[in-house]
Design a protein around this ligand. Structure first.
Ligand SMILES: Cc1ncc(COP(=O)(O)O)c(C=O)c1O
Length: 360
C-alpha cells in the first residue's frame, strides 16, 4: 500500500480532499453519520455543500434502510456518503458500498479512529472506501499526521501538497518532546482523590443554556490555510518507524483494564463490552446514566474525558442520547500503569459517589 497515499496535517483535511475529489460542492450534499465530531462535517461545509445526517444503531452502525428516505428529502443531489469505524471497532461496510455504487454516490471510509497508516492498516479497514481518510497522529507519537488513501491510485493523481517550513517543522519536534515530558501522576494523587471529589461534589453548577446547532455550521477547528499542507517530515518519519505491535498490545491492554474496572460499577456501561482480537481501540466509549453530575465531576477532577456535545441536531435518537451520555476515555499506549490506576480510580470513585441532584 506504500506510496499510494497523501499526507495532511490532520484527518479533517484528508477528508476534505476526498470530498473535493469526489466532486462535492455548493450544488450537492454529503450524507454523514448523525453521531459525529464537527471536524467530519467542517470540510464539506467549507466546500459550501449541504449535509444530511443519517441515523445509527445503538452500536453506531449506519441504518441502511433510512438512507433512501434521506436521499429523497435532500434538496441537492447526494454526491458523497461518509461512514466511520467508531472507536476503532471495524465494521463491514460492504452493504453500504453496494448501496452507494447503485446510486452513483462516492463512498468515503472514515478510518480516523482506526490504526490506518502507511505501514499498517487494521484488519478489515480500507476495503470498501473509494477514498479512505485517517488520522495517524491519533495512534503515533507524532505532532501531526492525516492520511488519504485510495485503492485506485489514479484517484489521488495531481496532488499539490505544500511542505511545512523548517521553523514549523522544528516546532513540531519540540511539541513531541513536550508531550513525552508531560507531568505524570503517582500513587499520592490517588490518595488525594477522595478529598478532591468531596470538594467538587458539594457544589453542583447552575444548569447552563444548552445551545444546539439546528443546521451544521463550520467550526473554528477547521483552518482553510491547512487544506493543502503536508504532514511534518518528522511525523512521517515517526509514523513509518514506530513499533506497531507495541502500540497495538498496549492499547488493547488499556482497553481491557477499563473493561475490568466496569465490573459492578453503577451508573454506567461499556458501549463495547467485548474487545475482538483484531480491534485496535482508539478510545474506550462509556455510556453514563447521569451526565450531570458525573461528567461534571470527572471534568472537575481533571480526568481527560471527551464527548461530542457540539454535534448538529438530527432525528437520530441514538445520536441525541449519546451526545451527552457517551464519554470517550483514553486508552493511548503512552499511558503508564500509574496513570491508568489514577484514571480508573477517578472514574470509579466519581461514578460510585452519590448522585443526589441528578439531572439529565
Ligand atoms: C470519527 C472522526 N473522523 C474524523 C475526524 C477528524 O480527524 P482529525 O482530528 O485528524 O482532523 C475526527 C476527529 O477527531 C473523528 O473523531
Amino acid at each position: 500500500m506504500a506510496g499510494k497515499g497523501l499526507y495532511f496535517s490532520r484527518g479533517r483535511y484528508a477528508l476534505g480532499e476526498a470530498y473535493r475529489r469526489a466532486g462535492l460542492d455548493g450544488n450537492s450534499a454529503l450524507l454523514a453519520p448523525a453521531y459525529h465530531c464537527v471536524t467530519m462535517l467542517d470540510p464539506a461545509l467549507a466546500l459550501g455543500s449541504d449535509v444530511q445526517l443519517y441515523p445509527l444503531s445503538t452500536d453506531l452502525v449506519p441504518i441502511i434502510p433510512a438512507l433512501d428516505q434521506l436521499l429523497e428529502r435532500s434538496g441537492k443531489p447526494v454526491k458523497v456518503l461518509l461512514a466511520t469505524h467508531f472507536f476503532g471497532f471495524v465494521r463491514d461496510f460492504s452493504g453500504l458500498k453496494q448501496w452507494c455504487d447503485r446510486r452513483g454516490i462516492v463512498f468515503v471510509e472514515d478510518c480516523s479512529h482506526t490504526l490506518f497508516a502507511e505501514p499498517y492498516q487494521a484488519m478489515g479497514t480500507g476495503q470498501q472506501g473509494d477514498f479512505v481518510a485517517s488520522s495517524p497522529y491519533k495512534f503515533f507519537p507524532s505532532a501531526d499526521g492525516g492520511w488519504l488513501y485510495a485503492p485506485n491510485p489514479e484517484k489521488l493523481a495531481g496532488a499539490s501538497q505544500s511542505a511545512a517550513s523548517w521553523l514549523a517543522e522544528l516546532r513540531g519536534i519540540k511539541h513531541c518532546f513536550e508531550m513525552a515530558r508531560q507531568a505524570r501522576v503517582g500513587p499520592v494523587d490517588i490518595e488525594n482523590l477522595d478529598q478532591q471529589l468531596a470538594s467538587v461534589a458539594g457544589k453542583l453548577p447552575e444548569a447552563g443554556i444548552d445551545q444546539r446547532r439546528i443546521r451544521p455550521a463550520q467550526s473554528t477547528q477547521y483552518q482553510p490555510d491547512l487544506e493543502r499542507a503536508d504532514a511534518f517530515r518528522s511525523s512521517r518519519w515517526l509514523i513509518n518507524h514506530q513499533s506497531v505491535s507495541a502500540i497495538i498490545s498496549k492499547r488493547q491492554a488499556n482497553y481491557r483494564r477499563w473493561l475490568q474496572a466496569m465490573e459492578g460499577l453503577p451508573n454506567c456501561h461499556a458501549l463495547y463490552p467485548e474487545l475482538p482480537e483484531h480491534v485496535v481501540p482508539y478510545m474506550f466509549p462509556l455510556y453514563i446514566d447521569h451526565p450531570m453530575p458525573h461528567f461534571h465531576w470527572l471534568k472537575q477532577l481533571a480526568v481527560p474525558v471527551w464527548r461530542w456535545d457540539e454535534m448538529a441536531v438530527s432525528d437520530c435518537p441514538v445520536a441525541q442520547d449519546y451526545r451527552l451520555h457517551l464519554l470517550h476515555l483514553p486508552c493511548h499506549q503512552s499511558l503508564n500503569d500509574d496513570e491508568m490506576n489514577w484514571l480508573v480510580a477517578a472514574l470509579t470513585k466519581a461514578l460510585r459517589a452519590s448522585s443526589n441532584g441528578v439531572r439529565q
